[in-house]
Design a protein around this ligand. Structure first.
Ligand code: FES
Length: 124
């Protein structure tokens, strides 16, 4: 229903910032992560936490990665809809398997559905 309603609201002229929604249920509704690129591990820096960690092929998204390493980050829907996990991207590039529902502010990324395309420096 949300996949139909949100584009319809936008089509009727409702600003993206005025559309709020939540998703409930298993994470199976989240987009599939991008396949990991072969080659050396990517370095993911968390500036506020003062840690730099290696992104491994089995890592699925930046939110799970941060939590697995006990980096404190906020999260809500875990599927790209609410924007709670939106984090400032200091350097690097994050990719998404599908376009998240939440409109990402310039210079930020969504941890819950994002995967690194390059080494990253995050403000977390
Ligand atoms: S937790 Fe909701 S968009 Fe990431």
């Amino acid at each position: 229903m949300m996949k139909a309603l949100i584009p319809a609201l936008r089509g009727w002229g409702v600003a993206g910032s005025d559309i709020h929604h939540e998703s409930f249920g298993p994470q199976t509704s989240a987009p599939s992560p991008m396949p990991a690129a072969p080659g050396p591990a990517l370095a993911i820096g968390f500036r506020w936490s003062g840690r730099t960690l290696d992104w491994l092929a089995q890592d699925t998204n930046l939110l799970d990665f941060a939590e697995r390493h006990l980096i404190a980050v906020d999260a809500g829907c875990r599927s790209g809809g609410c924007g709670t996990c939106e984090t400032r991207l200091i350097s690097g590039r994050v990719v998404y398997a599908t376009k998240p529902d939440h409109d990402i502010a310039p210079g930020f990324c969504l941890l819950c559905v994002g995967t690194p395309a390059t080494n990253l420096e995050l403000d977390a």
